[in-house]
Design a protein around this ligand. Structure first.
Ligand SMILES: [Zn+2]
Length: 499
């Protein structure tokens, strides 16, 4: 009996909890930001069934400065500003744009509202504190922890080994830029412990730490003889290791410039750490026989990011991921994909088209992901080149036609002229193959494109959906979807080549 009564009492407590909790859940449509035991309430409004939260209240809770004027607003924190535009889902931070789920909304003159994901996607960029979600509509601000990262340098005959030993395990991002590598330990403020030993200056010109970046960033500036790098993780203790190489004496990967003057050779990427032991030679590149050469051109690279809707999604990386997959599928159909880049590096447009022309490629496919001011713009768009009498009107495809580099392509610019109808044919095949994957009914667009005008074979530029559209973006973050897109493109190209 006693046990039963106790049970009854326990279940009463549960009921009280459930009732209170559900009452809270109904009433708590306001959002809460907690700092210690102090609560800041954020007003909420619905618009088209989407809950929105008042940015002024959020700013007050976090100690940020909010200034608005004529459809523009600025949210300033200790690490920088966020620029907001009424009716746009893109928030600007310096040169980056971050996409939020729904457009910002200026409800009355001074009252701006944002969807909930605005908080975690954008605010950590300007805060010097940590913002975490504790529960539904409940956030907490705490001070950032510190992560001491010790750095060691070992100079070896053909490479420099740089080892990072973080005190805390946090996500690590490594990015290769034209002149340097960047290593970021995210989630905690980094306190660097730089090494006494200097790296071999021929390979690594300098090793620096920049604390003005969000959590801090290590910069490894490439030396004159820097050639490539590989990166891997080791455990006990947790370490991140970067090996930076000078060119191997026996074998060198041909750059695109060299490829254009040599017969086609198969290129390979840097060996993956799992398969390679330290000190092993970088592989020699063996020529191989294939069917037709198809140049696959992953757009952008290096400091040219392309569309950049969030910190995680960079168009240049999506383009490369797609291009590598297309190459693999072309190989399965006995054609040979030749990539204009296999790493995160900048490649001038001239070199990209030269790779196609010198290798007598049968088709040229430039891979991109679109970005548009209207977030409703979605689905794949395949472009074929079109000549304009005056090239000044060549703005429908933006960055290509308007760059100074593009205007210098005088000698080559007529190369595409005798392939226009074949290019349209190829574009139509690729467009038709991609539409069903995006549930779209888009049509081929003909526009003056410096990326295509110098290519002396059938050539198309593919925008594989729009990273500024949330639906497309979600699809593009799935590896399985990238596989499908790559298969569709490769199949269309194969069909085109077997006409
Ligand atoms: Zn692009």
């Amino acid at each position: 009996m006693l046990r039963l009564r106790r049970f009854a009492a326990a279940s009463l407590v549960c009921w009280v909890l459930i009732v209170c909790w559900s009452w809270l859940a109904v009433a708590a449509d306001e959002l809460q930001i907690w700092v210690g035991n102090k609560r800041h309430k954020v007003d909420s409004r619905e618009r088209d069934r989407v809950p929105y939260y008042e940015i002024g209240d959020i700013a007050a809770g976090l100690g940020l400065e909010f200034v608005e004027q004529d459809g523009q607003a600025r949210l300033s924190g200790p690490r920088g500003h966020l620029e907001l535009t009424d009716g746009r889902g893109l928030v600007r931070f310096g040169t980056d744009y971050i996409l939020v789920s729904h457009p910002l909304w200026r409800r009355r003159e001074k009252n701006w509202y944002a969807p909930e994901d605005f908080l975690l996607k954008t605010l950590p960029l300007v805060l010097d504190q940590k913002l975490v979600k504790e529960g539904p509509l409940r956030y907490r601000v705490t001070s950032l922890g510190e992560n001491r990262v010790q750095v060691e340098v070992t100079n070896l005959p053909d490479h420099v080994k740089i080892t990072f030993l973080p005190a805390k395990k946090t996500p690590v991002r490594i990015l290769e830029l034209k002149d340097r590598l960047e290593v970021r330990f995210e989630g905690q403020l980094v306190t660097p412990a730089l090494p006494k030993e200097r790296p071999d200056a021929r390979i690594v010109a300098s090793l620096e730490f920049d604390s003005s970046d969000v959590y801090g960033v290590f910069r490894i500036v490439k030396g004159e003889q820097y050639y490539n790098f590989r990166e891997y993780a080791l455990e006990q203790p947790d370490r991140r290791v970067l090996d930076l190489y000078s060119p191997p004496a026996s074998a060198r990967v041909p750059s695109v410039e060299e490829v254009v003057s040599e017969p086609p050779v198969e290129t390979q990427s840097i060996p993956s750490p799992a398969r390679t032991q330290a000190g092993e030679q970088i592989p020699v590149f063996q020529p191989r026989q294939y069917g037709s050469v198809v140049v696959v051109d992953p757009g952008h690279g290096g400091e040219e990011y392309g569309v950049h809707p969030s910190q995680e999604v960079l168009e240049k990386n999506l383009n490369l991921a797609l291009a590598l997959r297309i190459e693999e599928r072309l190989r399965a159909s006995a054609h040979r994909g030749l990539l204009t880049r296999r790493q995160d590096v900048e490649v001038p447009l001239q070199q990209r088209s030269a790779a196609a022309n010198a290798n007598r490629s049968k088709a040229f496919v430039s891979i991109h992901v679109g970005g548009a001011p209207a977030i409703s713009t979605k689905g794949p768009v395949v472009y074929a080149h079109r000549y304009f009498e005056a090239n000044t009107a060549a703005n429908s495809a933006g960055q290509y036609a308007s760059t100074p580099a593009a205007r210098k392509l005088v000698l080559w610019e007529d190369a595409q002229r005798s392939h226009l109808s074949e290019s349209r044919e190829l574009a139509a095949l690729v467009q038709a193959a991609l539409n069903p994957l995006f549930g779209a009914n888009n049509e081929v667009v003909e526009a003056p494109l410096a990326a295509l005008e110098s290519v002396a074979c059938p050539a198309v530029l593919v925008e594989a959906g729009f990273a500024t559209n949330p639906e497309d973006l979600e699809k593009l973050t799935s590896q399985a979807f990238l596989d499908q897109v790559a298969s569709a493109v490769a199949q269309a190209v194969t069909e085109f080549l077997s006409r």
